[in-house]
Design a protein around this ligand. Structure first.
Ligand SMILES: NC(=O)c1ccc[n+]([C@@H]2O[C@H](COP(=O)([O-])OP(=O)(O)OC[C@H]3O[C@@H](n4cnc5c(N)ncnc54)[C@H](OP(=O)(O)O)[C@@H]3O)[C@@H](O)[C@H]2O)c1
Length: 320
């Protein structure tokens, strides 16, 4: 098989011929047609994830064929029995197991789902990890209701964009933030009501007055900007974050949080049931993942660079 192989930290990935893996009992060999990047893959190349063993084949997202069946893969492995939190054996496909940046991947058979019929392989590959993370944060954690005001922070992000699409489909009033006016305009074209540039001086004040405040906020940046997101919350608001792109949170005002009965949730990936509900939601609402760009598998370094630079709007896909 062909694969993108990472042989050391901070080194380029190499397009190499590797031995095709063999499926054990309960596993299936998938012929990968398309894979998608997540920011996690960039963090892995930089050595920022524990448990990396070289040579590594990254990639959590994939769509492909098993015989005549078109499938997508649920990358959320060994969640366990407690829907509130993953088990100690929890893993995400692509580290430490060999992932989808490869012409073939072995996965547990129970993690294969029919590819939604309205999606191409490239669109379907974009869905699993980011769609699952967005779904749990928005619906399980924040219990988003139709007609509520939602802020999706950093809408250029893969997960954020799914959260934006899902919240629009659920009938919420969606606002977005971004460092890019162009990305805000694209979100508005998709059905968002408006947005603001989180780098602008009066971002918090302006967006709060434009929107009337938020009932739900979805964020992946954390860092110094997080306190401003909480300032824009209405009473009873729910805030979920699943990333720490901008590091530790500073400057939160506890009085605002308890007086306005605001709930702040950490969220990571999701359960098998949430994956199934997410795929059903996508099929029901005919949601089409936004694909920023498609690279050939052999051009994996260019794809990783694009994600590292943060220029994308939507998912970066590898065609296998
Ligand atoms: N816990 C989980 O299950 C889980 C799952 C997926 C991802 N993550 C984490 O979530 C983060 C995003 O992942 P991703 O794959 O969606 O990444 P991505 O596609 O590379 O998106 C990153 C986005 O973050 C936004 N951003 C950067 N600085 C920001 C700030 N100060 N305020 C608001 N937004 C900011 C940018 O949005 P603009 O371009 O619009 O400015 C950027 O496009 C990463 O840290 C990743 O590790 C966690």
């Amino acid at each position: 098989m062909n694969a993108l192989v990472l042989r050391a930290e901070n080194a380029p990935v190499m397009f190499e011929e590797m031995e095709t893996p063999v499926a054990a009992d309960g596993e299936t060999l998938v012929e990968v047609k398309a894979a998608a990047l997540n920011h996690r893959d960039v963090w892995i190349t930089k050595g920022l994830y524990p448990g990396i063993a070289f040579p590594a084949i990254m990639g959590s997202d994939g769509a492909g064929m098993v015989g005549d069946r078109e499938v997508i893969i649920n990358p959320s492995m060994n969640w366990g029995d407690n829907p509130k939190v993953q088990s100690n054996d929890y893993q995400i496909l692509g580290l430490p197991s060999k992932g989808t940046f490869s012409s073939h991947v072995v996965v547990p058979t129970s993690h294969l789902y029919d590819k939604p019929a309205h999606l191409s392989f490239e669109q379907a590959a974009a869905l699993p990890l980011a769609g699952l993370t967005a779904y749990r944060a928005l619906f399980t954690k924040c219990q988003l209701q139709k007609g509520e005001n939602v802020l999706i922070s950093g809408v250029g992000g893969g997960v954020a964009l799914f959260a934006c699409q899902f919240a629009i489909a659920a009938g919420a009033n969606v606002y977005v933030s971004s460092s890019s006016e162009e990305k805000i305009a694209k979100a508005v074209e998709m059905g968002a009501k408006g947005g603001g540039n989180y780098k602008s001086e009066n971002f918090v004040k302006d967006l709060k007055s434009k929107s009337g405040g938020f009932d739900v906020v979805i964020d992946s940046a954390a860092g110094d900007g997080f306190a401003g997101l909480v300032k824009m919350c209405n009473a009873g608001a729910r805030v979920a974050f699943y990333g720490a792109t901008r590091g530790k949170i500073n400057g939160l005002d506890p009085r605002t949080i308890f007086w306005k009965q605001i709930s702040i949730f950490g969220s990571t990936m999701g359960t098998t049931e949430e994956f199934e509900a997410m795929v059903d939601f996508v099929a029901e609402h005919k949601i089409v993942p936004i694909v920023d760009s498609v690279f050939e598998l052999r051009d994996g370094n260019a794809a990783l660079k694009r994600m590292d630079e943060g220029l994308q709007f939507g998912k970066i896909v590898l065609k296998v």
